[in-house]
Every structure is written in structure tokens, then in C-alpha cells.
Design a binder for this molecule. Structure first.
Ligand SMILES: Nc1ncnc2c1ncn2[C@@H]1O[C@H](COP(=O)(O)OP(=O)(O)OP(=O)(O)O)[C@@H](O)[C@H]1O
Length: 170
């Protein structure tokens, strides 16, 4: 609802362009971090990767042990931001692939497509996303939880059935 000034619009336009030499970390600091921090303050935010197959979506979002991607960097920052506050962090992880929505926090052998509901007036129960909750307060918030989230997401990303996909739409 904030009216975007001409100056901020120009800034956004400039910052969506990154050259090949720039790292994921630079991209994260410039584009994603401000959004991550503002979500903790109550704003809605979305970061997504879009592009043709093998263009580097997974590399950018997940990264590797040596070069963490946007998701691990964001998780780390979220935990840094909430560590001195009472907070409930709720995490879900899903894939939309060829019009099919899949919950990646469910074990691969148990996965069934999630139904997309366009109205709340549905009589039949439908499958919904699993959530992992993390409550934090001054005493027990640690980066152990952020490591758990990243490990869990990476594990889901590496589930064997994903490699059989012929086309990518991460
Ligand atoms: N910036 C980069 N530096 C080094 N290697 C990269 C970079 N971007 C992508 N790669 C490598 O290119 C390959 C394809 O990248 P990636 O799997 O991230 O693409 P993708 O867009 O997710 O593909 P798909 O749509 O098929 O899932 C991977 O081996 C990845 O490690």
C-alpha cells in the first residue's frame, strides 16, 4: 500500500540486474535480505527464482556448503533477527511442478499431489501442507534450528524422485 516514489522505483529496477561475476551472497544482501528482515517486522514478502532449465535456480536458492544460497542465508538471518524476541516461526516447503503442487516436507514415498482450492466452500477435506513450528524466546533459540531447517530443505531437494523430472519450473 506504500506509494512507490520515482526514486525507489528506479532503485528496484537497477538492483534486479546482476552480472555473472556477482555472487549469490551479493545478490542476497542487495535483494533478499531487506525483504527477509521486513517479513520479521510483519510485512509480506516473496522471493522466487524463475528461469529455463539449468539456468541456476536451485544453485541460487539452495547453494552448496561452500556457497550457501538464498534460502540458507535467509534462514540464518531470520534466526539472527528473532533470537532476542518471543517468536513463532512456521516453515513449509512445497514444489509446483507441471501444475502439480507437492509438499516436500513429507517423505517422498508418502507424497500425494496437494489439491489447489480456489474457494473455502469445499465440503471434502483436502490435503494440506505440513508445517514445522519453531517457538523461540530469550532462553532457547539457537542456530541449531536454522541448521535443522536448511538440512531438511536440502534433504527434500535431493529426494531421488525429483531427478526424474524432464523439465524444470522451480
Ligand atoms: N552461478 C553458478 N556458478 C556455478 N555453477 C552454477 C551456477 N549456476 C548454476 N550452476 C550449475 O549449473 C547446473 C544447473 O544449475 P541448477 O540445477 O541450479 O539449475 P536449475 O535452473 O535449478 O535447473 P532445473 O530447472 O533443471 O531444476 C548445476 O550443476 C549448478 O551447480
Amino acid at each position: 500500500k506504500t506509494k512507490m516514489t520515482e526514486e525507489s522505483a528506479v532503485k528496484v529496477c537497477v538492483r534486479v540486474l546482476f552480472i555473472a561475476e556477482e555472487t549469490t551472497n551479493q545478490l542476497y544482501q542487495d535483494i533478499a535480505k531487506p525483504l527477509v528482515v521486513s517479513t520479521v517486522e510483519g510485512y509480506n514478502g516473496t522471493i522466487f527464482a524463475y528461469g529455463q532449465t539449468s539456468s541456476g535456480k536451485t544453485f541460487t536458492m539452495m547453494g552448496s556448503d561452500q556457497t550457501p544460497g538464498v534460502i540458507p542465508l535467509a534462514v540464518e538471518d531470520v534466526f539472527q533477527t528473532i533470537k532476542n524476541k518471543e517468536f513463532l516461526l512456521r516453515v513449509s516447503y512445497m514444489e509446483i511442478y507441471n501444475e502439480t503442487v507437492t509438499d516436500l516436507l513429507v517423505d517422498s514415498w508418502k507424497r500425494r499431489p496437494l489439491e489447489v482450492r480456489e474457494t473455502i466452500n469445499v465440503s471434502e477435506p483436502c490435503r494440506s501442507l505440513e508445517f514445522s513450528d519453531f517457538s523461540s524466546n530469550l532462553d532457547h533459540i539457537s542456530c541449531k534450528d536454522s541448521v535443522w531447517i536448511c538440512d531438511h530443505l536440502l534433504l527434500a531437494e535431493r529426494q531421488p524422485d525429483k531427478s526424474s523430472h524432464p523439465v524444470a519450473t522451480t
